[in-house]
Design a protein around this ligand. Structure first.
Ligand code: ATP
Length: 461
C-alpha cells in the first residue's frame, strides 16, 4: 500500500508540481487549496503525511492555525511545512508547534523527497512491522519498558545462550508464552522447533500421550511433543496441572534426557531445553503434596516473573500502540491514533485478563469501529467493561448514601450520579453521552431536566 501525502497549498501550480514529484516517487497524493478542504480531506481518510504551505490565501485558517488544528485532532500525524523564502521565523514557529520539519520555497525535488521520506519513516516502519507480525501470526517481542519487563527481557537475554532451565511465573494472559518463545529465539536452538504442551484442561492420560507419544505393538503410533521438540525447546505451560505420575516422568527427562512412550518399553533419547510456566505459586502446591519438590528445583534454575498488567500500567500505552498497529494492518486500514482520554481510561482499568484481555479489547474496538471513524480511537469506542471501572473510581458521596432511602429516591440519586459521571466523561457533550449510554438524545435531555441536571448545561460544550 502506497503512502499518501495530503498537499495543502493555495497555488494550483505548486500543488500540481509537488503532487507530480511525489507521485513519480510512488506516493499517492490528494490536494486541498484551503484549510477547510484540508480538514475535510483529513476527516475522510488519514494520510501518512500532510504537507502545508504556511501562507494560505482565501482560507479561514492560515497554515500555522491549520497546523494547530491538525495536531489537536490527530497529534501523531506528521506534518511538513512549506514556507516562503526568507520566512525562517514562521518555519521555526511551525516546528515548535509540532511540525516534523519545514522546507523553504523555492526547493529542489530531491530536497522535498528527502524530507517526505524522513517524515514518513516511522509510518513506513510501523507498516512493515505490523505486516510482518500479521504474516507470522504471533508476537515475538515483549512490548513494554516498565522495570519489570526490562528485568525480564535482560534475564532472558542473559540466559538464552546458556541453556539453563527457566520457570516463568505470572497470572494468565500476562505473556509467559511470549517470554518462553523469546528465550528460544535468542538461543542457539532458534532454528529447531519450539513446542508447547499445556497441562491445563487435559486429562492425565491425554497429557502423557501428548508429551511422550504412543507405541502400539512395539511400533511408534504417534510421536509425542518431546520428540517433535528434539534439538529445540519444549514449553510446558501450567506445570502445576501435571499429574504426579507425569511429574515423575518429566523429572526423568530432565535428569537423563530419556523417556518411554505410552504403551512402549523402548527408551527414547532426546535433546530438549525445557522452559516451564505456572500461574500458581508452586511452593503452595508442594506444601499441599501436589507438586514434586525435586522437580521444582530442577525446573526453577532461573526464575522469571511477569507481574499482572495492573502492576505495570506504564506498559499499557506501548501495548495499545502495538496491538492497534497489528490489528489495523490485519484489517488493512491506516493505523489510527488513540486519544489521550482513551489511553487514560485503558490505564485505569484493572485488566483481570491481563495483556490477553487488552489485546482482545483493542482487536474488538478496531473491528467494531465504523470505517470512517477509525482515524482516532476515542474513549466512547471502548467497550463498557473497560469504562465501568472509571465510574467506580469516582463514586460521589450521594451514591454511597442511597441504602437508607426509599427505592424511588435511591433510583433518582443513582441516576443523577451515573449521568453526572457519564456526562463529565464526555466533557459535557450530550450527544456522545447519549450514544454511549444507549439513550436517545432527546430522552436524555428530558431525563436531565427531570433530575434537575439540565439547567446550566450547555449543549455540546
Ligand atoms: N509484553 C507483551 N508484548 C506483546 N504481546 C504480549 C505481551 N504480553 C502478552 N502479549 C500477548 O498477549 C497474549 C497472551 O500472552 P501469553 O499467551 O504469552 O500469556 P500467558 O501468560 O502464557 O497466558 P496463559 O497462562 O493464559 O497461557 C498473546 O497474544 C501475547 O502475544
Amino acid at each position: 500500500m502506497a503512502l499518501e501525502v495530503l498537499v495543502v497549498d493555495d497555488e494550483q501550480d505548486i500543488r500540481e508540481l509537488v503532487a507530480g514529484v511525489l507521485e513519480d516517487e510512488g506516493y499517492t497524493t490528494r490536494s486541498a487549496a484551503d484549510a477547510d478542504s484540508a480538514l475535510a480531506a483529513l476527516a475522510e481518510r488519514r494520510p501518512s503525511l500532510a504537507l502545508l504551505d504556511v501562507f494560505l490565501r482565501n482560507s479561514r485558517l492560515d497554515g500555522l492555525e491549520l497546523l494547530d488544528e491538525i495536531k489537536r485532532r490527530d497529534p501523531s500525524l506528521p506534518v511538513l511545512v512549506i514556507s516562503g523564502h526568507g520566512n525562517i521565523d514562521t518555519a521555526v514557529a511551525a516546528v515548535r508547534r509540532g511540525a516534523a520539519d519545514f522546507i523553504e520555497k523555492p526547493f529542489q525535488a530531491e530536497q522535498l523527497l528527502l524530507l517526505v521520506a524522513r517524515a514518513t519513516e516511522t509510518e513506513r516502519l510501523r507498516r512493515e512491522n505490523a505486516s510482518l507480525r500479521a504474516q507470522f501470526g504471533q508476537d515475538e517481542e515483549l512490548t513494554g519498558a516498565s522495570a519489570a519487563i526490562n528485568t525480564v527481557r535482560a534475564t532472558l537475554k542473559r540466559v538464552a545462550a546458556t541453556g539453563s532451565r527457566v520457570l516463568v511465573s505470572g497470572p494468565a494472559g500476562v505473556g509467559k508464552e511470549v517470554a518462553a518463545r523469546l528465550l528460544h529465539i535468542w538461543s542457539p536452538r532458534a532454528s529447531a522447533p519450539f513446542v508447547v504442551v499445556s497441562a491445563a484442561r487435559m486429562t492425565p492420560e491425554r497429557v502423557e500421550e501428548e508429551l511422550f507419544g504412543v507405541e502400539e505393538g512395539g511400533q511408534l503410533a504417534r510421536p509425542g511433543m518431546l520428540e517433535q521438540a528434539h534439538g529445540g525447546t519444549l514449553f510446558l505451560d501450567e506445570i502445576a496441572d501435571m499429574p504426579l505420575t507425569t511429574q515423575a516422568k518429566i523429572l526423568r527427562v530432565l535428569t537423563d534426557q530419556s523417556f518411554t512412550r505410552v504403551g512402549g518399553t523402548r527408551t527414547v533419547k532426546v535433546d530438549v531445553r525445557v522452559v516451564s510456566a505456572t500461574s500458581r505459586a508452586l511452593q503452595g502446591e508442594i506444601a499441599a503434596g501436589r507438586f514434586r519438590e525435586d522437580l521444582y528445583y530442577r525446573l526453577n534454575v532461573v526464575p522469571v516473573h511477569l507481574p499482572p498488567l495492573a502492576e505495570r500500567r506504564e506498559d499499557i500505552p506501548a501495548l495499545v500502540e502495538h496491538f492497534v498497529a497489528r490489528y489495523a494492518a490485519e484489517r488493512r486500514v491506516p493505523t489510527p491514533a488513540v486519544s489521550e482520554e482513551a489511553i487514560a481510561a485503558l490505564q485505569s482499568y484493572e485488566w483481570p485478563g491481563n495483556v490477553r484481555q487488552l489485546r482482545n479489547v483493542v482487536e474488538r474496538t478496531i473491528i467494531l469501529a465504523p470505517g470512517d471513524r477509525l482515524r482516532v480511537i476515542d474513549i466512547d469506542m471502548l467497550p463498557p467493561e473497560v469504562l465501568s471501572d472509571q465510574v467506580k473510581l469516582a463514586p460521589g458521596e450521594a451514591a454511597r448514601s442511597i441504602m437508607g432511602t426509599p427505592l424511588r429516591e435511591a433510583r433518582e440519586t443513582f441516576e443523577r450520579e451515573y449521568l453526572r459521571v457519564q456526562i463529565r466523561r464526555f466533557s459535557g457533550n450530550i450527544s456522545r453521552t447519549a450514544t454511549f449510554i444507549g439513550m436517545e438524545r432527546s430522552a436524555l435531555h428530558r431525563k436531565l431536566k427531570s433530575l434537575g441536571l439540565a439547567d446550566n448545561r450547555d449543549e455540546g460544550e
